[in-house]
Every structure is written in structure tokens, then in C-alpha cells.
Design a protein around this ligand. Structure first.
Ligand code: ADP
Length: 500
């Protein structure tokens, strides 16, 4: 009555006996009927030679073989899977006279395992497709946004009536909200697909906090909220870290705090948890006296796309991605994000980050002193972009700065123009039909032959770190992401055109 299949054979792999379940699965009436038969007489005769080899290996070595998986064929000729063990049988003198085997049918587990694996692969594939889709989609959305943002800003500078100005302001703030959402989605998909790189640069943490608070001063004042920062005296002025990402976390937390606080205060506190030499763990707390969060929500709060019903105001849109991104960013920097909160009692969001104190004296590149703005008036820039709206936007922006603009609509045209004229700067879109920006850059560098070097700036909707590296390898000097902001453009012009 043992549920395992049990059989025993002599030295020549001839059956000496088996249990009832084994007999049944071979189609025999009783266990006795097996005596004298060998595997070649049974439904699995095709596998007889293989089984025989296994029997002999066990008998010759005198060692058991435990729990291996093998194919079997049942009484109906169906292939199944078994987990088998074989042990040598020895007589009273220790002489091997046969082999005893047991097996269990594991076909069901085996199928389940295979289905599970297939399902897992499918899920992973779907997840990859989702991340890629999100990244591509936000890329595609950014390109037309470039036109919307740029021309809205230009329009704001023309003569407008009061009513028109009002409408334009609404367009502008809607566009900004939309950009926040697109950036969130892009960041999220980048983090998910492991494409987000963390940088280490020295920066002033106090300045970073002030900077973030200044973004919300206006709103806080309008609502009568106290907005303040407190930095402990043992926090070093400069630390090493990814200032952009730390700032991003802070913006998310402070924005939520302001969003969900109707009266009272929002305070940012920065302190040191532990310090060993220059290495330290920094703690940033964002404390509000807002509506708080119910305890049953706290477990999900760092999950993506989670938003709770209590939203005091609809003028702050959200994607439910802010906290998911912040928490992932903190973890990617080796730290973590935590929350404690109760309804009506406000919330505390705590970020802990490992970092290093940085001595300011060693540092020469802090600040803007590397760049010296020079006269750019009258210089010539080649703008290469297949998108007519983008070309036009840059032409207007550069034109307002007294720069002569020449346009090319693909890589080939760009190369031809660069052959005819030596430009002071080339702004090069990367993805273009026909010859793309990378190939055009390689050709232009080849043509320059090292005699001179025109600064070539890549213009992309978004660039992953490895794509950026490919641009630089191709001979580009820097990468500007769309939508092109005027400040960035100015910075770039003064940096690359003054030194030439
Ligand atoms: P979003 O702010 O875009 O909705 P988040 O991921 O930043 O997305 O926040 C998710 C949800 O967590 C919010 O919708 C809100 O319900 C809750 N929440 C976040 N911060 C606070 C806070 N300081 N006070 C109260 N609720 C908060």
C-alpha cells in the first residue's frame, strides 16, 4: 500500500518483484506477474537500455542514486515524468545481487513548474514592454511639447490684451503640470528598467533645501502656511551626492506636504544620524501639520499610482508616482524613505541617506567660474532637426540673441552645409529620417580633420546615460534635452561660443 512505485531486479535487470501500484501502472494484473520480465517486455521498452545502464551503474558502484528525474512511459503509452531513486541490494556477505528502485510520478508538478516558468517569462516580458512603451511614449510627447512650451513663452512676450494674457497664463500652467507628469512617468520607467544613473557631485545641502522651499513660498504665503527649514549645526555645508535626485525627492515631499496641509506649517529638518570621519548618514525630515494619512493606507503609500481619496484641493494634480519615485531614488542612493502619520495629526516623511562630507577648499570647479560669457552676437549656428516646429522655435530664440541661424532638415543636409560653411556651433537632433545625428556628427568630425572643431550639441527628447556616452563617442560635445529651456540654451551658448 505504499504510494510510491517500488520494484526490485536481479544483476541482469530482470524483475524479482514489485508493489501493487507499480504493477497497476504497467498494466499487469498482480505484482507476481512481473517476476521474470525485463524492461524490454514492458510499456517503456523504448527506454529499457537507458534503465539498464542506470541499474548497472548503481550495482557496480555499490552506491545509491537518490531522487533524479527521468522520463517514464505508462500503460497507455503516455510519456510521464518520475522522480526515481535506486539503491543496490546486497546479500548477507555484502555482495551486490540486484537493485531496488522507487519512483513517484511528478508529471503534474513538472507541468505546473513549466507553466509557472512560462508565465513568469511572459510577465517579465510584459513588464519590459510596459517600461519601454512608457519611455517611448514620453519621448514622443516631449517633442511636440517642445513647440508648445517654446512658443507659449514667445507669445507671452508679444503685445497682448488682458484677457489674452490670462488665457496664456492658464496654458502655461497647464503645460507645466503636464511636463511634471511626463517627467514622472519617464523617471519611473527609467528606474524600473534600471536605466537611471546616480551621480556624485559636491553640493551645498542648505542651499538645496532653501532652493526647494523657495518654489513653494508663494503658495504657502497664499494659504497662510509657515514654511521653514532647520539645519543642525553638525551638518556639513558641502556633501557628496546626486544633488538633482536629492532635490527631486525634496520637491516631491515638500509639494505633498504643502498640498495636504490646509493650516499650520511645513518644516524641513536636516540632521546627522551617525558620523564616522567624513562618512555620515544624513536625515532629512519633512514635517507637516496637514490632514495626515490613515494607518490602513500607510502600507501602500510608496506603491506606484496610489492616491487616497482625501484631496483637499484639485488644483494640485498628481500621478500617484511622486512617493514611489522618491522611495526608489532613496533606495538607489543606498538610503531609504519612511513615513509616520495619523489622521489630523500631520505627517512626517523621513529620508535617510548615506553620504560624505566634502571640504570646500579642495574644490575648484564649484560655481559658474569656469564659464565666461563672450560676445555671441553675429555668430552663426546650424540647427539640424527634421521637425519644422522645433527648427522654427530655435531659430526665433537664437534670432532674439542676434545669432544667424541656418537650418538643415536631416543629417545629410547638415554635412553638406558644414562643408560649405564653418559654423560657430551646431545643434543636432539625433533621431532623424535618412541620416541621423550620430552619423552626421561622425562625418563632420572626419571632414574637419582635426583642423578645427565646431562644438556639436545633441538635441534629444530624452537620453539614457549609455545613449549620451554614444553621442560623445561619435564626437558630440554635450547633450541638451527637449523641451529646450531658455536658461539652458543661454548657458550652453555662453559656454561653447565664448571659448571659440
Ligand atoms: P501624488 O501626490 O502625485 O498624488 P504621491 O505618490 O506623491 O502622489 O502621493 C501619493 C498619495 O499619498 C497622495 O495622493 C496622498 O493621498 C498621500 N500623501 C502623500 N503625502 C502626504 C502628506 N504629506 N499628507 C497627507 N497625505 C499624503
Amino acid at each position: 500500500s505504499n504510494p510510491s512505485h517500488i520494484f526490485w531486479k536481479d544483476r541482469n535487470s530482470v524483475y524479482l518483484g514489485c508493489n501493487r501500484i507499480f504493477a497497476r501502472s504497467t498494466g499487469l494484473d498482480s505484482p507476481e506477474a512481473i517476476v521474470g520480465l525485463s524492461d524490454s517486455d514492458l510499456p517503456w521498452h523504448a527506454l529499457a537500455e537507458e534503465y539498464r545502464r542506470d541499474d548497472h551503474a548503481v550495482m557496480e558502484s555499490g552506491l545509491p542514486r537518490i531522487g533524479y528525474e527521468e522520463k517514464i512511459i505508462d500503460a497507455h503509452g503516455e510519456e510521464r515524468w518520475a522522480r526515481t531513486s535506486k539503491v543496490p541490494l546486497t546479500d548477507i556477505n555484502g555482495e551486490v545481487f540486484g537493485v531496488l528502485g522507487t519512483f513517484e510520478d511528478i508529471t503534474y508538478q513538472k507541468c505546473a513548474e513549466r507553466e509557472l516558468l512560462a508565465a513568469k517569462e511572459q510577465a517579465e516580458e510584459a513588464n519590459r514592454a510596459k517600461s519601454l512603451f512608457l519611455a517611448n511614449m514620453s519621448h514622443e510627447i516631449r517633442t511636440p511639447m517642445n513647440g508648445v512650451v517654446g512658443f507659449t513663452n514667445l507669445l507671452a512676450r508679444t503685445a497682448l490684451e488682458r484677457e489674452q494674457k490670462e488665457y496664456l497664463e492658464i496654458i502655461r500652467s497647464s503645460v507645466n503640470n503636464l511636463l511634471v507628469i511626463i517627467n514622472d512617468i519617464l523617471d519611473f520607467s527609467r528606474i524600473e528598467s534600471g536605466h537611471l544613473a546616480i551621480h556624485q557631485v559636491p553640493f551645498d545641502i542648505g542651499e538645496c533645501v532653501d532652493d526647494v522651499l523657495s518654489l513653494f513660498m508663494q503658495t504657502a504665503r497664499e494659504r497662510g502656511l509657515m514654511l521653514s527649514a532647520h539645519i543642525d549645526h553638525d551638518v556639513p555645508q558641502f556633501i557628496l551626492g546626486d544633488s538633482v535626485r536629492i532635490r527631486q525627492i525634496l520637491v516631491n515631499l515638500v509639494s505633498n506636504a504643502v498640498k495636504f496641509t490646509l493650516r499650520g506649517s511645513v518644516t524641513v529638518m536636516v540632521g546627522v544620524v551617525v558620523r564616522e570621519g567624513e562618512a555620515l548618514k544624513l536625515r532629512v525630515a519633512v514635517i507637516d501639520t496637514g490632514i495626515g494619512i490613515r494607518s490602513e493606507y500607510l502600507g501602500d503609500i510608496f506603491e506606484p499610482f496610489v492616491q487616497f481619496d482625501e484631496r483637499p484641493s484639485s488644483d494640485f494634480p498628481g500621478t500617484g508616482l511622486g512617493l514611489a519615485i522618491s522611495s526608489k531614488l532613496a533606495r538607489q542612493m543606498g538610503g531609504n524613505l519612511d513615513v509616520s502619520s495619523a489622521p489630523g495629526a500631520g505627517s512626517i516623511f523621513l529620508v535617510e541617506l548615506p553620504t560624505t562630507a566634502y571640504q570646500h577648499e579642495h574644490n575648484v570647479s564649484l560655481g559658474e567660474d569656469g564659464k565666461h560669457a563672450g560676445p555671441i552676437h553675429g555668430s552663426s549656428v546650424l540647427v539640424v532637426d527634421d521637425n519644422e516646429v522645433n527648427r522654427r522655435l530655435i531659430r526665433v530664440l537664437l534670432g532674439q540673441r542676434g545669432i544667424v541661424v541656418v537650418e538643415a532638415k536631416d543629417g545629410l543636409e547638415a554635412v553638406e552645409m558644414a562643408e560649405r560653411h564653418r559654423f560657430d556651433l551646431i545643434l543636432m537632433d539625433v533621431r532623424m529620417p535618412g541620416m541621423n545625428g550620430i552619423e552626421a556628427t561622425i562625418r563632420i568630425r572626419h571632414m574637419e580633420h582635426g583642423r578645427y572643431r565646431t562644438p556639436i550639441i545633441a538635441l534629444t527628447a530624452h537620453a539614457l546615460p549609455e545613449e549620451r556616452a554614444a553621442f560623445i563617442r561619435a564626437g558630440m560635445d554635450e547633450c541638451l534635452t527637449k523641451p529646450v529651456l531658455e536658461e539652458q540654451l543661454d548657458e550652453l551658448l555662453s559656454e561653447w561660443m565664448a571659448v571659440n
